[in-house]
Design a protein around this ligand. Sequence first.
Ligand SMILES: O=C(O)CCC(=O)C(=O)O
Length: 256
Amino acid sequence: MIPYGEPGPLTEMERFVFDSVGYLIIPDALSQDETAAAREACDRVHEGLPTDQWRQLGATFEREPALERIVDHPSILPKARALFGDKFILQSSWATVVPPGFTGGGIHQDGSSAFEFRNLATPTPLVQLRTGFVLTDQSAPGAGNMVLLPGSHNTGHPLPSGATIMDFPTAHMVTASPGAALMFHQGVYHCGSGNTRDYPRHMFHTIYAPPWLNHTDRMTTSPGFLERTTPMRRALMGAWTHDTESFHMSPLPFDD
Ligand SMILES: O=C(O)CCC(=O)C(=O)O
């Protein structure tokens, strides 16, 4: 059972599967050229930093055009629109590197440790629509693959104490080729797994959310970026001012 989807608008089947499983895997969300350019961009943003550390860097789209193109990529944007409507923002983005020798991350839901989204209601509502774009080969285990617990966004039960992700009979280690996208609900328990390859694993994560959620990858969006980018990307940054629009964000400028 693999919840595959296709790039572009959210089909009725994808909506049902996303709601019940909590994620979709979308092969070929990026073209080969887009993937190669994004991979090179990720190499650049991590260049000069320690090579033996797991690390995620925020707001890298401001300085890397290949990553900027991904923040409103047509493979995912229409799906986000179907789930959130016409008013949502790019709440954060992360260029995440997993070094060779990394043994795996801890199982978690995403959101805010200051106020866990699961405290809002059970099932936990969709607050962050997260998409990890696969930039290095993860077509077999051992490549820093993401592992998810399908449907776990629907439970209010705490995790069994001491359990690691592969203790769960339902654990799904995602295998995917470069260019694939893993689109997931923040409430799905997941983690990154170990990297036994001799090269770093790269993913670029985008996080869409309602306009009232604080950014976590940046305090403010760079004014230079806002000036030069497209109207859609500018609007997605949620860069409106309190005195003008407050939370009454204008709809995103979709073509239709
Ligand atoms: O990219 C990864 O390996 C981990 C990402 C993750 O766990 C997250 O986005 O919360």
